[in-house]
Each structure stands twice: as C-alpha cells, then as structure tokens.
Design a protein around this ligand. Structure first.
Ligand code: ADP
Ligand code: MG
Length: 359
C-alpha cells in the first residue's frame, strides 16, 4: 500500500472499496480494489478474482498490475479506465442514438476481449455495461472478474446462482450450468443497449422479467441498423445456447464478422481458435415458462448480493433419470422466490445466491 497514494474513492460496495491511486514510482494512475478477506474460512474464492484477472493479457481487458495482502484486505491493482463504464456512457446519450460505427467498434472489441477470456477456459459470468469500461481514447476494456470462474469447475456453478438478473441467459433460470454461450447472451444484452439505449428485457415484476428472458422476446431493433446486426442479435438471443454463436464464430464466420473485423487491429483479431467443448445439450423447454406462469412461491433462506465468501459443497452426482429431471425443473421457481424478496431495480446488480439451502 505504501507504493501508492490515494487520489479518490471511486466505488464502495459489499466487497470493499475501489480506489483511484497513483503509483509513487511511475506516477501512473491505477485502480486499487480492496476486498475483505474472510476471517475464519478459506479465502481461495476471494482470491480467484485476482488470479483470473492476472491470467488475462489482452488489449480489451483491464490490465492486471499486481495483487497483495494488507492485513485482512486483498488488494488488486489494475489499469485505470478514465472513460468510465459503458452504462454511464449510454446514460449520457439521453435520446441521441450512437453512430453505427461506434456500436460496431465497441462491440467488436468486447467480443475480442471476451473471446480471450473463453480461450483461457474462463467464464466471466457478469458481463454487463457496468462492468465494461472505456479508456481515455475510447478503447473498450472488460473488467470486474469478481464472478468469473474456470470452465468445468462444477463446484463454481452447481449450487450457486451468479449474475445480474437483467443480463442472465434463459438456461441459468432453468438451473443449467453457466457456459460460454451464457456470456454470449449477456453480450447480446449489451449490444441491444448500444443499439437502442434501452435494456432488451424490461418488465414490471421479477416473474415477467424471467418469462421474457426465457421466451427471448425483445422489442425489435431500429430499422436503420444494418441487417447483419439484426441477424446477429436474433442469434445471440436464441433461447437454446447451442443455437447461439460462439465469440469465435461471431468474429470469424458470422454474417456480421466482416463489419466487426474492420474495427479490430490485427493483433487483437483472431488468433488460434479454441472452441470450448459444449456441455450436455440443453433443449429449451416450455416448462420453465409454464412453471413460472403457475409458480407458487416458496420461502427461501439464502439471499446475498455481493461477493460469495464460500462456495458450497460439491453436489452429489445426479443419476440421469426422473429424479434428475425433477431436480432441474424447479429452480426457476426457487430462484424467483428468493429474488422476489429484493426490489426489481436490484435486477441490475450482481447476485450470488447459494441455492444449496434451497434444494
Ligand atoms: P463491483 O461491481 O463488484 O462493485 P467493480 O470492479 O466492477 O466491482 O467496480 C467497482 C467500482 O470501481 C465501480 O464503480 C467501477 O465503475 C469502478 N472501476 C472498477 N474497475 C475500474 C477500472 N479499471 N477503471 C475505472 N473504474 C473502475
Ligand atoms: Mg462491477
């Protein structure tokens, strides 16, 4: 801490504080995120944010500088993005639409950053305009790895709901594991926001919100946008993750690719493809939708927003039979009943819900 001097506090949340600091040696401004380490329990999960961010090295991801511990605080020092976050940028527009070129440039850069994350076999799990930053010269940087996890770490998602409800893909409401295509859905929400200055799934209640997401029904994009963007969004909002394009496909072989590549410098364009293996197929069922329509609410005992202190125990393998089907059919109701305890505007905040207590 003695290597940095405080400039100002830029954010305060349940995790701790985010500070704008200046490095005493280089005079460079950085963001220092202080995260409270849990006192009596394992702190691996808290450290995961630093570990995963440190693995990234890409022009469109906030650069990791160092991390260290200071008493019971974990400090993560990273690049400062003075242009603020994309949500602030969208709100600043008021009613004036963004230029198509800006939309394509920003979207191409966020896809390039997210593809790098997936190539490292990591899932971000909380992509939203509030976690996407702009530098002084208008370059996109993906940030906030506080919800990220390593792919195939079943522990990380099996009994934990992680995400921001307004950006969460239908399969998450159906209690399916988070996968690379779930991040694609979230980026679809951000693309829609850039195109319309509105969120695609607006609703007056939690139940309506989840129903809209599970049906993938959103108001059409403005006509002036290129056909390729309409076509892309339709695919990013396919309710079955198998039907959604991967980031590799979006950047290389989708109808929109040419428009996007035009906005990427050669070094951030496509390196080797590392397509992630697909998890077991999820077929979109009407059941989530029907269930929600008839949902009778249950009481729940665990709701937390902010950072998880502890991942739950590894779940027992479920046999592929009716029992398993029943297990995977109810959670939308359960999650709904937990979420409904929070006001709807909180659907823009990151939630971590330990569902273990609900099963
Ligand atoms: P959380 O969402 O858990 O509060 P974040 O890392 O997303 O954590 O951000 C904490 C605060 O710091 C937010 O106000 C965010 O806008 C700001 N922030 C985070 N990273 C940066 C960065 N690299 N540059 C500028 N501001 C940042
Ligand atoms: Mg954040």
């Amino acid at each position: 801490m003695e290597n940095y001097s405080l400039v100002k506090i830029i954010g305060e949340g349940s995790f701790g504080r985010a500070l704008l600091v200046q490095c005493k040696n280089s005079e460079q401004k950085c963001v220092l995120k202080e995260i409270q380490l849990p006192l009596n329990s394992k702190s691996e999960n808290t450290r995961r944010e630093a570990v995963l961010l440190s693995k990234m090295s890409h022009a469109n991801i906030v650069a990791f500088r160092e991390s260290f511990e200071d008493g019971n605080l974990l400090c993560i020092v990273m690049e400062y993005c003075s242009g603020g976050d994309l949500l602030q940028r969208i709100q600043k527009q008021q009613k004036e639409q963004f230029l198509v070129d800006d939309i394509l440039k920003w979207f191409a850069q966020m896809c390039a950053g997210a593809k790098h994350i997936h190539d490292k076999r990591v899932l971000h799990r909380d992509l939203k305009s509030k976690n996407i930053f702009l530098t002084e010269n208008g370059t996109i940087k993906l940030g906030d790895f506080g919800s990220a996890c390593v792919l195939n770490n079943s522990k990380a998602f099996a009994q934990t709901y992680v995400g921001t409800p307004y950006y969460v893909a239908p399969e998450i409401w159906d209690n399916q594991p988070y996968n690379n295509k779930s991040d694609v859905w979230s980026l679809g929400c951000v693309l829609y926001e850039l195109c319309t200055l509105q969120h695609p799934f607006q609703a007056s209640s939690w139940k309506r919100l989840i129903l809209k997401v599970c049906r993938g029904s959103y108001p059409p994009l403005p006509r002036h946008l290129p056909y390729e963007v309409h076509y892309l969004l339709k695919h990013m909002f396919k309710t079955n993750p198998k039907d959604r394009p991967s980031l590799h496909t979006i950047l290389t072989s989708h109808r929109v690719s040419k428009l996007l590549r035009h906005h990427l410098t050669p070094e951030v364009t496509i390196s080797e493809s590392h397509e992630l293996p697909q998890r077991k197929q999820w077929t979109p069922s009407d059941t989530v939708v029907q269930r929600l329509a008839n949902a009778s609410l249950m009481s729940a005992n665990t709701l937390s927003s902010g950072r998880a202190e502890e991942e739950p125990e590894e779940p027992k393998e479920q046999p592929e039979n009716r029992q398993r089907r029943r297990w995977s059919r109810e959670p939308a109701q359960r999650l709904l009943s937990v979420l409904e305890k929070a006001p709807l505007h909180r659907a823009f905040s990151t939630f971590i819900i330990h569902t273990a207590g609900l099963m």
